[in-house]
Design a protein around this ligand. Structure first.
Ligand code: BJW
Ligand code: ZN
Length: 249
């Protein structure tokens, strides 16, 4: 059993891989100033009830509370920049090997760092669609500073329904094309880097497991030690913005 490694031990595994799957969660964006969900103090779910803010039922119960909260998060995102972890991941694809980035994040920091074709399992904070008819809508970001207070969502131009953020809430299906792309990458990769995720949310959390079952090596990069139970599974403990540039250089 291998547990907490030095990145130096794992560099040869990276160097000998042909297809690397990068599977990311909120921790990869933490050093950009975006809150994670489950940090005990600063996590979004430590300070807010996910049943109220991240379910279809919560939205229908109080659309303005939910819309205002997401508009505030969207405004925060536009003020944040990609960090060294996003940049190291984008640079990896320039080395001529196949890299697939599958993220649970609703931010666009992988794209802004230069990663192309990012698979978003949980949608995007920057997209908006109709709750009723799913038509996409273009909603500009508010210019006045927001604080998360309630704001009534605009109406859909197609059907008059309420507009909602283009993210995946609890109880909702993941986008079929994104899920299929993630499954294909899990099946075809020889190395998965699991960066900054608690691995608690399904079905996304199955992706590293499926890749391992298909024979891939799994390396976790996390500020908290991740228990590793299997062969071909390792953990690098530290901030992604420090570990990934060292591992992938
Ligand atoms: C660092 C760091 C640094 C910090 N460097 N590391 C099987 C069993 C039980 C339940 C279910 C099941 N299957 C499905 C479910 C239900 C549910 C679910 O999984 N619930 C669990 C919580 C128990 N799943 C769903 O409902 C999904 N849909 C679904 O299953 O559809 C089928 C279905 C339909 C109808 C009925 C039933 C089923 C949808 C899940 C959608 C999740 N949505 C959210 C919100 C998105 C919008 C928004 O942003 O508001 O997605 S929840 C939230 O969690 C967000 C994230 O993508 C997701 C994962 O969180 P993540 O990224 O792992 O963040 P954290 O905070 O948890 O962890 C951060 C990590 O980083 C930590 O480990 C830190 O240590 C680390 N870290 N700084 C490196 N600098
Ligand atoms: Zn509509």
């Amino acid at each position: 059993m291998h547990s907490y490694q030095s990145f130096i031990d794992l560099k040869p595994i990276v160097q000998s891989s042909q297809h690397i799957l990068i599977f990311t969660g909120a921790g990869v964006s933490a050093e950009s100033g975006i809150a994670t969900f489950r940090d005990a103090l600063t996590g979004l779910w430590a300070q807010n009830d996910p049943q109220q803010l991240a379910t279809p039922e919560g939205f229908l119960d109080d659309p303005a509370r939910v819309w205002g909260w997401y508009q505030w998060r969207r405004q925060q995102l536009l003020a944040c920049q990609p960090n060294a972890a996003h940049r190291a991941i984008a640079a990896l694809a320039e080395r001529g090997l196949q890299v697939t980035v599958v993220t649970q994040n609703v931010d666009d920091l992988h794209e802004r760092a230069g990663s192309r074709e990012v698979v978003h399992l949980h949608g995007s904070l920057l997209e908006t669609c109709c709750f009723d008819c799913a038509a996409p809508a273009d909603v500009p970001v508010a210019q006045v500073p927001l604080d998360g207070a309630a704001i009534a969502p605009p109406a859909c131009e197609q059907c008059g329904g309420l507009l909602r953020p283009g993210v995946v809430w609890f109880g909702e299906m993941l986008p079929q094309d994104a899920w299929s792309a993630a499954l294909a990458a899990a099946d075809g990769c020889d190395l998965v880097l699991v960066v900054g995720t608690s691995g608690l949310v399904y079905p996304a959390a199955q992706i590293p497991q499926l890749a391992w079952e298909s024979g891939a090596t799994v390396v976790h990069v996390n500020t908290d030690p991740v228990p590793v139970a299997a062969e071909r599974e390792y953990c690098l403990v530290g901030p992604a913005g420090e570990v990934l540039p060292a591992l992938l250089s």
